[in-house]
Design a protein around this ligand. Structure first.
Ligand SMILES: C[S@@+](CC[C@H](N)C(=O)[O-])C[C@H]1O[C@@H](n2cnc3c(N)ncnc32)[C@H](O)[C@@H]1O
Length: 241
């Protein structure tokens, strides 16, 4: 199968798997953070925005958003049409101007497999965040991996595509692996996603050494304090100076 056909299949599968995610309320939660933290500017930058659905919700509400992702096929999804987008690695941002509200959603930061990548992310965001700007992102913690394995091992077919997802959490390495075997007709290929499930404390330690500080860490989708027992937490970072 040609690479371009694989890309299209992956993007189609991703849209299918995310169909149940309520991005409208996710956008409302992020906007509530934006308003609560009294961020004055209105230039938004999304990191690892995938197929642009969240960015689309914010653009619909009138916000000035640039989204970005490492994957060109994701940014080529039909949902991205009309959204300003840049293909880049969140650890090496190609921007020199400043943004007031930088965000990343849905475990994307867990795709950074090495602590040096997390350092790169916080340093780069520190470089392009405006003086009273906010960087907010969620991360998945170990309880999420341990509690969701059953429903992540699944198979289904739709349109011309069949997939089988195998999900394993490697506790010793703290790596969550999702493997997708995708078939279209007789052709089969694999797509493997690895996420690092860092201990809760690691984020605080690494942020400490960056131009940013942790202003809040919520249990995700709430404004209650997050903890090592949370499934997912939402960090809100600001600039030290
Ligand atoms: C779970 S998806 C989430 C996408 C989107 N935020 C959403 O909520 O639908 C993770 C995304 O992270 C992107 N990604 C992984 N590593 C990245 C990196 N180093 N820099 C930028 N994007 C990255 C992947 O391409 C993928 O689109």
């Amino acid at each position: 199968m040609k690479k371009i056909e694989q890309y299209e299949a992956v993007s189609k599968l991703y849209s299918r798997l995310m169909a149940d995610v309520n991005y409208e309320s996710w956008a409302e939660y992020l906007l509530a953070i934006y308003e609560d933290f009294e961020c004055t500017g209105n230039r938004f930058l999304e990191l690892a925005g995938g197929n642009c659905i969240l960015a689309g919700e914010l653009v619909k509400s009138g916000y000035d958003v640039i989204t970005s992702d490492l994957s060109l096929p994701m940014l080529g999804s039909k949902e991205c049409v009309g959204i300003r987008r840049v293909c880049c690695n969140m650890t090496k941002l190609p921007f020199s101007s400043k943004f007031d509200f930088i965000f990343s959603a849905f475990d994307s930061v867990n795709y950074l497999l090495a602590e040096s990548d997390l350092r790169g992310l916080f340093n780069e965001v520190g470089r392009v965040l405006s003086a009273d700007g906010i960087f907010t992102f969620d991360v998945s913690l170990e309880n999420n991996s341990l509690n969701n394995l059953e429903h992540l091992n699944r198979e289904d077919k739709f349109e011309d595509l069949k997939y089988k997802q195998t999900s394993v959490y490697l506790e010793d390495e703290r790596i969550h692996v999702n493997e997708f075997e995708i078939s279209i007709g007789e052709e089969i290929f694999k797509e493997v996603h690895k996420q690092k499930i860092y201990p809760f404390e690691t984020y605080f330690e690494i942020v400490e050494d960056s131009p940013l500080y942790v202003s809040e860490c919520f249990d995700a989708f709430t404004f209650e304090d997050g903890s090592p027992e949370s499934s997912r937490v939402q960090f809100v970072l600001k600039r030290k100076v």
